[in-house]
Design a protein around this ligand. Sequence first.
Ligand code: SF4
Length: 803
Amino acid sequence: MTVSSRNLHLLRLSLRVRPIGTRGFASHSSESISFSVPPEFKTRTPPYAALLTRLDKVREILNRPLTLAEKILYSHVVDPEEAFAGKNGQIRGETYLKLNPDRVAMQDASAQMALLQFMTCGMDSTAVPASIHCDHLIVGHDGAEKDLKASIEVNSEVFDFLRSCGRKYGIQFWGPGSGIIHQIVLENFSVPGLMMLGTDSHTPNAGGLGAIAIGVGGADAVDALTGTPWELKAPRILGVKLTGQLNGWSAPKDVITHLAGVLTVRGGTGYIIEYFGEGVQTLSCTGMATICNMGAEVGATTSTFPYTDSMKRYLMATRREPIANAASAVNNLHGYLRADAGAEYDQVIEINLSSLEPHINGPFTPDLSTPLSQFGEAVQKNSWPSKLSAGLIGSCTNSSYQDMSRVASIVRQAKERGVKPKVPFFITPGSEQIRATIENDGFTDVFLGAGAKVLANACGPCIGQWARDDTTKGEVNAILTSFNRNFRARNDGNPATMNFLTSPEIVTAMIYSGDMAFNPLKDKLIDANGNEFMLEPPQGDELPPSGFQQGDLEYLPPIDPKPIQSAEVVVSSTSDRLALLEPFEPFEGRELKMNVLLKVKGKCTTDHISAAGAWLKYKGHLENISNNTLIGAVNEETGEVNKAYDFDGAGYGIPELMIKWKSEGRPWAVLAEHNYGEGSAREHAALSPRFLGGRMILCKSFARIHETNLKKQGVLPLTFVDEADYDLVNGCANIETLDLLQMLNNSVSGVITLKVTNQDGSEHIIKTKHTMSKDQVEFFKAGSAINYIGSLRRHQHAQEQQI
Ligand code: SF4
């Protein structure tokens, strides 16, 4: 695509992209005075002075006390004047914010498409610091060493590709075995006041260190990687007031498992959860991370905590003392890392930590929350299995030093009484640092002595990478885990396995009983001599008394890697898992003509549009994964799933017909009903239809994130002005836009007119609506957001070369 320089100038003004030369955090003249850090900490410290300056502008406009989340988020808004002025203070839940995140983290499965898209922009390096983490593709089976070796063999082409992208673009590469994305981010990158995006739903884990960290899809990550403002509707703020102090068997996990029961899986949607109250100061930093991590389970945009002494201690323990000092200064001098007095929340929930009892959540949904004292009864009442089949602790949710030391205290007690676990016990350390530290401090020997299996520092059983051989598929059984998700088949691929989520302490106590109704607060175990005894409540250290061990230093990437322009990105031309992306064709500059490939009936989520499961292995290969496009959709005209019909009446699988029409040069549209594209923000659900020749999705309503994703990939998303018009259009109908050009060239008024000609000759003029912003119109013209951003970047680069 060619775009004139004048247009580029205007477009740049409209998007306000970050200049290429400012890789790393923006600085401010007073930064060096107030919040200076040594050079090696620079790219890991938020630009506090610049953020405070911007926050002052926000305050001038809004003129009201702000919550902590508002302070962090709004100080990352590109232009406060444009975002907030003239809105009469109607911001939360209404205003779209253009944000400049400070950092990006990507896990191996989702990083593939994010980086493939980033590559098409033609940039030499990322605009902000970024990291890649190899964690999701590692299987848990025989223990760390063997599993890691086997998984590296199977996934080497993916790891090689990611490593080579890291070298070329200056992105930190954390290889297989280094740890789980969120644990590594907490140990290295999360900082109070930071705003980051991560291509994983549990990115909010970083809120335990006072960051605003949001899980996104790859195309959103590319916005940040290219310095393009990332758009988010200002979330509402849900305040959770914590009073009292945890004691006995209760743990930070119980705060969130309890809250999930109150809010349900949708209760946090559109909200940031912000914790406050005197109870906050009693929590460890890693405990707060656990709480923020599972905020994803109630649908929250993210969760965060105000600055605490425990955050400072954690920053110091993880070798970031200068950052701790800068954070303390910005908080003490400016109150940046806490809510303003009098700040108002949209909702407030209060939790008294002193009386909070342990909770167990599940099966099959994380919001089915049962207090431990009622769990035995619930097991009976619901006919859940009475025997436990396995206990698993660790994952990104619960593998802190504190978790492991408290668990070790329980295992030691059992050992002293000569008691062994009754069921298999698995431990996944969250990082090499945790693995090495618990080994150094003797916990690993304690666990191995109890017959536990220590798995690789990776996701393993938490993401279905559990090669389990003690049950058969379909066998009903119960497991207890300290993980965060428990949808059917998530852990071992067996839809009959019931995963109950709880704290690592409760998992560990229960494995010594094997009885699902066991309550360590009141029930006794039998020791080796046949005597009854009760486990004492767990004890442990917040941080390792003799410091964190770094373990195998080979895992540590350079702190601030420089891009190597001459480095090759490694993608085999014969790979069926990875393929370089070809940019989508730009808009041809004339009204669209297309045919209706399918009318979808009823619910159509991103799972229907781009199925997961076995297809996940093709995430880096657009052509291969596109063979799953809309295979879960129901054809409105026949009621069949994954069936579409050609002009001659011949039936095809839906992606098959898409491929056929693409090869015939026939653009197509899909019609659908309400909330099209709800569910996970899966970018392949927009990429694949576009790749296979889809030009327009016309429906009764969209799920917002999917609508945005379609716009980013150059697909025209329209909704009916009159929903009844859905019934006027038949399969294979010809559709022409009548005033698309006018909309694109002159204005962005919200209506587009379509002429529909059905196969039987009937004709209809249909009014539809679009919600494209000026920027999104440019995405459409360029063929995709990535094409547009790439053009801007190349032009900017050329200009910089001339200066
Ligand atoms: Fe996701 Fe589980 Fe891995 Fe955490 S450990 S990143 S929840 S798969």
